[in-house]
Ligand binder design. Structure first.
Ligand code: ATP
Ligand code: MG
Length: 367
């Protein structure tokens, strides 16, 4: 797919912006704090209805304003679509071709993007919560029903945790409500875990071969899903249901003591190995960065596989961090297949030879 243009109003430091006729490769050049990340973030928000940097929409609205508006025209295989998103402190409004979308999940994924930014190193180095967020964002983008189960799961989790807190010190006759919440928790939890297993398996396939390409065949990358119940391979819903239920009964006393739910997809993790050694613990900075890059590039292929079209690639501040060989690998892999937006503080650090057909946009103070 291909983003033809973008309009922003009262979005971050952009009072008004209208950019027409993007190219296949778009370089966004500017000094620090001018609005480069804000611009690629806007494309990300149009794709996923939320930012990769914050969960608070308020931060996206320009200081002293109450609303932000964003719009883009996207050329897809089957025609052109106009996407519009308005953000306010009251919530979001989304439109496709002028028609308001009652459910945000109908809007999400109309535009598909893959963003690679410096903070993605945290997918490898950071806490399990960051890896779960990565999984949720990426799966949700191609499978809207996943987001539905995730939302329901989070609601049930909250209620169940409140109930657990109230059960401390009470006798067992008060625990009946727990069974009701368990059934709902497990129902949605199983769907999430199953989808994560399928996603990671497919991601593994692509990430492994891409990583091999980037490292000249020297490194074998492996992904390992670590669910909080059941083994990694099992995908049968009935079996997962049973395993989750058993796990909940095993941890019940502990849960009441601690006042929180101790098993389920909200406690899953994902581990990465290079040549059999865990990257988080043993990997060099370069290996960790390459792992994150391989994951992101794998996602591009995976989205293509799922929806039959390549997503748009957003590279925020990362191209200049790669050595010339890796820059070339990256650009060559996707040239003429994937529309790309690249931000950098200058063109000097980029592999100019590979980018000679790029369109260059210079950003200064949100203009
Ligand atoms: P760098 O090279 O340092 O990454 P950048 O060009 O990517 O810089 P952005 O992250 O896009 O910079 O931010 C540009 C400016 O936008 C910052 O100075 C920031 O203070 C400002 N900004 C952020 N949020 C808002 C907002 N809600 N309203 C107005 N300005 C904002
Ligand atoms: Mg930036």
């Amino acid at each position: 797919m291909f983003v033809k243009n973008i309009r922003l109003q009262h979005y971050r430091n952009y009072e008004h912006l209208h950019l027409d006729s993007f190219g296949d490769v778009n370089l966004i050049i500017g000094q620090n704090a001018q609005g480069k990340t804000n611009l690629v973030e806007a494309l990300f928000v149009l794709a996923l209805s939320k930012s990769h940097r914050t969960s608070k929409d308020k931060e996206l609205i320009a200081f002293d304003q109450s609303h932000a508006h964003m719009a883009a025209e996207v050329e897809k295989k089957y025609g052109s679509l106009k996407l519009e998103l308005s953000l306010s402190t009251q919530g979001k409004k989304a439109r496709i071709n002028g028609l308001e979308q009652r459910k945000l999940s109908d809007f999400i994924g109309t535009l598909n993007v893959v963003m690679f930014a410096p903070e993605d190193l945290e997918i490898v180095k950071g806490t399990p919560g960051i890896r779960r967020r990565f999984l949720d964002m990426e799966i949700g983008q191609v499978t809207p029903s996943y987001l539905f189960h995730l939302q329901q799961y989070q609601k049930v989790l909250l209620q169940r945790n409140n109930l657990l807190k109230s059960l401390w010190g009470k006798d067992a006759s008060q625990q009946g409500m727990l069974d009701i919440w368990n059934a709902q928790l497990v129902e949605h939890g199983v769907k999430i875990v199953k989808k994560r297993k399928q996603f990671i398996k497919k991601l593994q396939k692509w990430a492994e071969s891409i990583h091999q390409g980037i490292t000249n065949g020297l490194e074998e990358l492996q992904l390992l899903y670590l669910p909080s119940f059941s083994n990694t391979e099992e995908e049968d819903e009935a079996v997962l249901f049973e395993a989750f239920m058993i796990k909940l009964s095993q941890v019940k006393d502990q849960e009441i003591r601690r006042g929180m739910t101790l098993a389920g997809p909200h406690r899953d993790d994902l581990a990465f190995y290079i040549n059999g050694k865990e990257v988080q613990t043993y990997g060099s900075q370069g290996q960790q960065r390459t792992t994150a890059l391989s994951l992101k590039l794998a996602e591009i292929e995976l989205i293509q596989e799922e929806i039959g079209e390549y997503p748009v690639l957003l590279l925020d501040d990362v191209l200049s961090e790669l050595d010339p060989y890796r820059q070339t690998q990256l650009i060559e892999t996707f040239q003429s297949k994937v529309q790309t937006f690249i931000t950098a503080t200058g063109v000097e650090s980029l592999n100019a030879d590979k980018l000679k057909d790029a369109r260059i946009y210079t950003v200064h103070s949100g203009q």
